[in-house]
Design a protein around this ligand. Structure first.
Ligand SMILES: Cc1cc2nc3c(=O)[nH]c(=O)nc-3n(C[C@H](O)[C@H](O)[C@H](O)COP(=O)(O)OP(=O)(O)OC[C@H]3O[C@@H](n4cnc5c(N)ncnc54)[C@H](O)[C@@H]3O)c2cc1C
Length: 465
């Protein structure tokens, strides 16, 4: 009986091999940024293999391709290193972008992390029949492929796609309008009047960079914002907050941060930077909004080198009209308007991730695990530290399932030209003839049905034995 169906299987496969299909043992990780790399390393340390799929040609594409030259880590090095590999001792307290990229490339090499580059995941769906994730990808020339895996780890980041606001008159404005992801240095803007839209860390730092390149920046500040000094009381503000939080409640820590900030920076509302009602950490926990850690921009604002502007009403050919009725001429506009997750665009599973913002529905620390071997790393709004925490948890969980699976499940892969291989420890096929078609030799169960996917993967449903 099986031989008949096996012939059918082979015929079917021969007809349907237009899409290359790869069965991934262990976990399939989407995204080769710090989160994906950290998870792969944690899995490796536990003996679980993994494969990363990355849409660009390099690791950490956000850092390599979408950040400005002067960027340094905003947080001190000890809060940004990934599991099992500290930063080299000669790195400064706040490593530069170049340091960080070198570290990540070395990290990949050190853990021999397998990665397929130029491979964009366009859909991922759980196949309930065979209990595997089926991930479809496209290459640079739109070539399609499919990867099949028991575990799917989403590591595409909170910053996968640029947010570009639609502003009235954008098509009329005659100067360049660029997102910070395309901004490298202020060189190009010397002597130019530049409007920077958005007052997060990136917007503030771009303004500083523009000043340092003799441009004339203005900063649009629509919302309230917490600006804190990068260091206070001889420690990094972030480190100090983490330490205080061990002993004191969030609100009290916030009060201390605000008091010291007031002492060091003065009343920021005098310069148009109004503070939110919630304290910086409470606000971060509630909304994910990160306080700005000032590295010198505020001094330029105080000196009048950077002008603060209200929200934009509309753009005209060479000018910007603001909501307070004033109009100013500008040569260029830089949008420091942030990024968003792209998960809803490709993950065909809607219970774990919110469809509106592409972030896990469960807040930190519970957003890392979904159903059916689905995981999320790096969506905690807690930067690299949050990613490392997720990565360790995921690796621990996957290891347990992976080891349990190896003892009791079949998942087969075949192509028309090779004999299918079944990975199983304790099972044997009851009919000797079947054995001829499978390399595995010891079986203790009855195989009831086989399914062959169009891409050429032989999948054996778990409930069939
Ligand atoms: C300017 C800036 C400065 C920052 N500074 C700090 C800091 O100092 N400290 C800190 O802790 N955090 C910082 N962050 C936060 C930042 O998000 C993390 O540092 C880190 O890059 C997040 O890593 P990630 O791997 O989760 O996401 P990313 O670095 O964004 O990596 C995700 C990867 O997934 C890939 N990808 C996306 N979609 C697909 C797809 N469909 N198919 C295949 N691949 C895909 C992307 O190409 C990318 O390589 C900063 C962020 C920015 C923007």
């Amino acid at each position: 009986m099986f031989m008949d169906s096996w012939k059918g299987v082979q015929d079917h496969l021969s007809k349907n091999m237009s899409v290359r299909c790869t069965r991934v043992p262990g976990a399939l990780i989407v995204g080769a940024g710090p989160s994906g790399l950290a998870t792969a390393a944690c899995l490796k340390e536990r003996g679980v293999p993994s494969l990363l799929l990355e849409r660009t040609h390099c690791v950490a594409s956000l850092w390599q391709l979408k950040t400005y030259d002067r960027l340094r880590l905003h947080l001190p090095r000890q809060f940004c290193q990934l599991p099992f590999r500290p930063f080299p001792t000669n790195f400064p307290a706040y490593p530069t972008k170049q340091h960080f990229i070198a570290y990540l490339e070395d990290y990949k090499k050190h853990f021999s992390i397998e990665t397929v580059f130029n491979c964009t995941v366009v859909s991922a769906e759980f196949d309930h029949l065979c209990e595997l994730w089926r991930v479809k990808t496209k290459g640079p020339k739109q070539e399609e492929a499919e990867y099949v895996s028991r575990f799917l780890i989403v590591a595409t980041g909170e910053n996968a796609e640029e947010i570009v606001p639609q502003i009235e008159g954008m098509d009329q404005f005659q100067g360049p309008i660029v997102h910070t992801s395309s901004y490298k240095t202020g060189d190009l803007f010397e002597e130019k009047r530049v409007l920077v839209v958005g007052c997060g860390n990136s917007g503030m730092e771009v303004c500083l960079d523009l000043c340092n390149h003799n441009a004339f920046p203005s900063l649009v500040v629509r919302d309230s914002v917490h600006v804190l000094p990068q260091k206070m009381l001889g420690r990094s503000t972030f480190g100090l907050s983490m330490w205080l939080l061990r002993w004191l409640p969030v609100r009290m820590v916030d009060q201390i941060l605000l008091l010291v900030s007031r002492f060091m920076l003065g009343d920021t509302s005098r310069f148009g930077l109004h503070r939110p009602k919630l304290g910086p950490i409470e606000l971060k926990n509630a909304t994910g909004k990160t306080p700005v850690l000032d590295i010198g921009t505020l001094a330029k604002i105080k000196r009048g080198d950077i002008k603060i502007c209200p929200g934009i009403k509309r753009l005209t050919q060479r000018a910007v009209e603001f909501v307070d009725g004033t109009t100013e001429k500008y040569d260029a506009i830089i949008l420091a308007t942030g990024y968003k997750s792209n998960v809803p665009g490709w993950l065909k599973e809607t219970s774990m991730f919110c469809q509106d913002n592409g972030l896990p529905r469960q807040p930190f620390p519970n957003g890392w695990k979904g159903e059916n071997g689905l995981y999320a790393v790096g969506f905690t709004k807690r930067g690299l530290l949050g990613a490392s925490i997720d990565a360790r948890r995921i690796a621990e969980d996957v290891e347990l399932c992976w080891k349990a699976d190896r003892g009791c499940r079949f998942h087969g892969l075949c192509s028309p030209t090779t004999t299918p291989t079944l990975t199983s420890r304790n099972h044997c096929f009851s009919t000797p003839k079947w054995r001829e078609n499978f390399r595995s030799t010891s079986f203790d169960c009855r195989l009831v049905s086989l399914e062959v996917t169009p891409c050429g993967t032989l999948l054996i449903p778990r409930h069939s034995y």
